[in-house]
Design a protein around this ligand. Structure first.
Ligand code: GDP
Ligand code: MG
Length: 174
């Protein structure tokens, strides 16, 4: 099949340092989990071909660094994207607070209101140390016009679902 027959979809993965952005992206792209801490210092680019009954999609995923927020993801990458995953860690309250306090505001300053965002609560395998209640997160997502998912990059739970739903959500915008 020629590349011209694929829809190209660009997605950014954003959120605080350590929430699991690289793990989620790697899990989806390679179906692996590397239980080793290795911060991402720059924006990294992953890609994968997806085939759904309706279309074939070439998805480009920008995995970004959470520490050097402004330097790691230049606004033009965001502008050039079709949507973004906003990831927090369900065992880390600050990472959830920062979605509202920092990430949504930063994004809304750069791209139009219609830019599609999906909220992802990661690390649900660590249920004993959970700090964010599902219902609260779901309500917050709905109030901000975002879909909401909970995942574990470690077990792989719901990781494919998130990316496949994101493809379906965004595919009609291109
Ligand atoms: P990033 O900074 O957002 O890219 O986060 P990483 O993907 O580097 O993950 C940070 C740490 O959390 C690493 O030690 C990962 O192994 C761990 N981690 C990521 N996702 C999960 C998960 O779903 N469950 C558990 N238990 N640990 C995770
Ligand atoms: Mg990373």
């Amino acid at each position: 099949m020629q590349s011209s027959t694929y829809k190209i979809l660009k997605v950014c993965v954003l959120g605080d340092l350590g929430v699991g952005k690289t793990s989620l992206t790697t899990r989806f792209v390679t179906e692996n989990f590397v239980d080793k801490y290795k911060p991402t210092y720059q924006a990294c680019h992953f890609h994968k071909y997806l085939h759904t009954p309706d279309s074939s999609v070439y998805i480009q995923i920008w995995d970004t660094s959470g520490t050097e927020r402004f330097r790691s993801l230049s606004p033009h990458i965001l502008r050039d994207s079709n949507g973004a995953l906003l990831v927090y860690d369900v065992t880390n309250l600050a990472s959830f607070v920062n979605i509202d306090k920092y990430w949504i505001k930063w994004i809304r300053d750069i791209v139009p209101d219609e830019f599609r965002l999906v909220l992802v609560g990661n690390k649900i395998d660590k249920s004993a140390s959970r700090q964010i209640d599902s219902k609260m997160a779901k309500r917050f997502a709905a109030d901000n016009s975002m879909l909401y998912y909970e995942t574990s990059a470690k077990t792989g739970e719901s990781v494919d679902v998130v990316f496949l739903d994101v493809v379906n959500l965004l595919a009609d915008t291109i």
